[in-house]
Ligand binder design. Structure first.
Ligand code: NDP
Length: 222
């Protein structure tokens, strides 16, 4: 049987880099998309596609061209940003930027690559429990919460729209992970997060498509 193909966005560092390492170790052909390849990513020896800013049409086109003819078994929309806005000092540009990166880009990347999906392909959208309305007990983080909520509803629509093509969709919260995004502190390392998330991806199928999971297996409320 030929090796499976996985495409990962935001693979230069953090959880994306750990996904690249993990799937390479599992024998996948890894297509690691990033804006600029880090030394760690280059050292892996996977297929690196640089200059892929997922908020730019040119970046998405570059990615689509690089995987032309590749049958994609797993697409992981992982790239994301976190900014902080407080009520009374709302920065609309910051919120817009998070929408573009966290909500619009995963949808646009998926649309650009969907004709490459293999039969029984899987789509993982790396979201956050901060996008959960029911789980919001502390307020703040307007742009991040709004953009991840928007990603969640887009993911639910994708789960319906892609089901007839045999593609299962998961909305995945990694947990609190020690990456640059949150200043390096966290409950788990990026490698542990990738390991847990990969378990959820293994469990993903057309019966549970559209589920919002914590990486620990808990189903999260919308
Ligand atoms: P990092 O900040 O470590 O990594 C973010 C990655 O996204 C980097 O590779 C970065 O690339 C990339 N990226 C950002 N903007 C763009 C863009 N416009 N185009 C292409 N790539 C981009 O964060 P994490 O690894 O922690 O985050 C990965 C995902 O996990 C995100 O979606 C995040 O929201 C989510 N998440 C993380 C949590 C955590 O505790 N860490 C908790 C909940 C969710 P570059 O190096 O070029 O900046």
């Amino acid at each position: 049987m030929s090796a499976k193909n996985v495409v990962i966005t935001g693979a230069s560092r953090g959880i994306g880099l750990s996904f690249a390492k993990l799937y390479q170790a599992r024998g996948y052909h890894v297509y690691a998309a990033c804006r600029r390849a880090s030394a760690e990513l280059k050292a892996l020896g996977v297929n690196v596609i640089d200059d892929v800013d997922v908020t730019k049409d040119s970046g998405i086109e570059r990615l689509a061209n690089a995987v032309k003819g590749v049958s994609i078994d797993l697409l992981i929309n992982n790239a994301g940003i976190l900014r902080d806005e407080k009520l009374g000092a709302i920065d609309k540009d910051s919120i817009r930027r998070q929408f573009e990166t966290n909500a619009l880009a995963p949808l646009a990347v998926t649309e650009a690559l969907m004709s490459n999906f293999s039969a029984n392909a899987k789509l993982a959208l790396i979201t956050s429990r901060m996008g959960s309305v029911a789980d919001n007990t502390s307020g703040g983080r307007y742009g991040y919460r709004m953009s991840k909520s928007a990603l969640n509803i887009a993911g639910m629509s994708l789960s319906h729209d892609l089901k007839p093509r045999g593609v299962a969709v998961a909305l995945l919260h990694p947990g609190l992970v020690g990456t640059e995004m949150i200043g390096g502190y966290g409950d788990i390392t990026p490698d542990q997060a990738a390991e847990r998330l990969a378990k959820r991806i293994e469990e993903l199928n057309l019966d549970n498509t559209g589920t919002f999971w914590h990486s620990n297996g808990e189903v999260l409320p919308w």
